[in-house]
Ligand binder design. Structure first.
Ligand SMILES: [Zn+2]
Length: 377
């Protein structure tokens, strides 16, 4: 008996050690890790809860940064981190916020749109909780999260998620997907409150053009693409031509009327904004990938994707160079710049003229870290 008890204690102590070590390994990012060091053209820094007070003090609240030029004009909203496991979206929003100097109009940036999603990783995906880039003045750590809000913050999931506009039915976990939650509910679930706040911001700030930055796996058909709401198709077409001139090819995908809850659909249907979504190819979220680590996030090189590409199985060009983060962020930043130029051509009195941003070629040559401030921790 006595020896059994001793064994029980040993097992308990070992279990406790495993729990403590696991907790340290998978500890959620703290709100202070949602770092952003805005450019000198920042005129206002606020929180998303200003647009839905029900978010105040919740893990869904997140910084909103407003940059304004000397000449009045239109307003552009840019969201990174709707899906926190699509790193080029968040990184591009950070490059935008830390470099942009608007000459005309305003740009509003939300780098960590689903803040709750940055506090955990998807189980069994093997994703790191963050990645680190070299900047000219030190290292910058950027959180890498999950596609959905943290279940600790929104629980339980329904068996079936019935979205609020048309009653479209999706799998229960999709109730925690910010890009299925629009236009959102003021006092709904945490994810729905975040969506409501963003829709309210678009209305209150009279946002002319709204952009949601995403990534998708290289084997997913909608990639290197601008997904545009019906009213934004002309704007998207002119943007694609602008991009082509600078050597960046983007497909145009009309937002399907039947897909409800998406930013490009509900922002366009429920506000006056021109709504678009950009996609870039990220091997770290694809099903074909091998070893998943910080290196894969940053260099985008994976031998299995190279093999798939040689057999014609991918929807994007993929060579030994892979699809590095710098290239994907370059596509997003170039697309934001081209979108602003195109909108200014179509509506000069609501012009948005942005300077201070690196070009696609500069990002590819110098890397993303060259355009970010180091972490202060
Ligand atoms: Zn996404």
């Amino acid at each position: 008996m006595r020896s059994h008890r001793a064994q029980d204690w040993i097992v308990l102590v070992l279990a406790a050690i495993v729990v403590v070590l696991s907790a340290a390994r998978f500890a959620p990012a703290s709100p202070t890790s949602l770092e952003v060091y805005p450019s000198p053209s920042l005129t206002r820094q606020t929180w998303l809860s200003d647009y839905n007070p029900a978010l105040k003090g919740t893990p869904g609240d997140t910084p909103v940064l407003v940059f304004e030029g000397a000449e009045p004009g239109g307003t552009m909203l840019v969201l990174g981190g709707t899906h926190p496991d699509e790193p080029a979206g968040c990184a591009a929003a950070l490059v935008l916020a830390e470099n942009v100097m608007p000459e005309q109009g305003r740009v509003i940036v939300i780098p960590y749109a689903n803040a709750s999603g940055f506090t955990h990783n998807l189980p069994q995906e093997g994703h790191p909780s963050h990645y680190t880039l070299d900047t000219p003045n030190g290292r910058r750590t950027i959180p890498y999260g999950a596609r959905l809000s943290n279940p600790v913050h929104q629980w339980p999931d329904p068996t079936v998620y019935v979205e609020s506009v048309r009653g479209q039915k999706l799998a229960g976990v999709e109730a925690r997907n910010l890009n299925r939650a629009y236009p959102g509910l003021q006092n709904g679930t945490l994810t729905s409150k975040v969506a409501y706040a963003i829709t309210s911001l678009i209305r209150e700030e009279q946002v002319d053009v709204s952009v949601d930055l995403h990534e998708s796996s290289p084997e997913y058909p909608v990639n290197n693409a601008i997904v545009a709401h019906d009213r934004a198709l002309d704007l998207a077409a002119i943007t694609a031509v602008e991009l082509e001139l600078s050597g960046v090819a983007m497909n145009i995908e009309p937002s399907p009327e039947s897909l409800r809850g998406f930013s490009h659909r509900e922002w366009g249907d429920n506000t006056d904004t021109y709504a678009v979504l950009f996609e870039s190819p990220n091997p770290a979220q694809g099903r074909l990938r091998g070893k998943t680590d910080e290196q894969l996030i940053i260099d985008g090189q994976d031998p299995m994707y190279l093999k798939a590409s040689s057999r014609g199985r991918l929807y994007v060009p993929y060579t030994e160079e892979g699809t590095p983060l710098a290239m994907r962020v370059g596509r997003h930043i170039a697309s934001i710049a081209a979108l602003a130029t195109s909108h200014t051509m179509l509506a000069p009195d609501r012009g948005i003229v942005l300077s201070g941003l690196p070009t696609y070629d500069e990002l590819v040559s110098n890397g993303v870290g060259a355009y970010l401030s180091p972490s202060e921790r």
